[in-house]
Write a new protein. Structure first.
Length: 103
């Protein structure tokens, strides 16, 4: 009956190893915030500088976060942030790019 006492975390999408991961959690939050900012500002043509730069930084932070992530919970948030950052970055590049209109 020892099986009844152990929690079943293997089937959970947000399975964790019950240890703190402050660096990975910070990268996940930063990537999500940058991804949302990039995605939202990409909907406006005149905000292409913000969209492209936040998207680019979000892609780099998300990629590094994926490299050092240890749990599914971290990877799930990082993939959402990476996707939003990528969409925002590419739409920002299409609307004028990283330096469009500055020179």
């Amino acid at each position: 009956m020892a099986q009844a006492l152990r929690p079943n975390t293997a089937g959970s999408l947000f399975a964790t190893d019950d240890r703190p991961h402050p660096v990975q959690d910070a990268l996940t939050v930063v990537t999500l915030v940058l991804g949302v900012a990039s995605f939202v500002t990409a909907m406006f043509d005149h905000l292409h500088l913000i969209s492209s730069w936040t998207g680019l930084v979000g892609i780099f932070t998300g990629a590094y976060g994926q490299w050092i992530s240890e749990t599914t919970r971290e990877r799930f948030g990082l993939i959402l942030g990476l996707g939003a950052s990528g969409i925002g970055f590419f739409l920002g590049m299409a609307h004028g790019g990283l330096f469009g209109g500055l020179w």
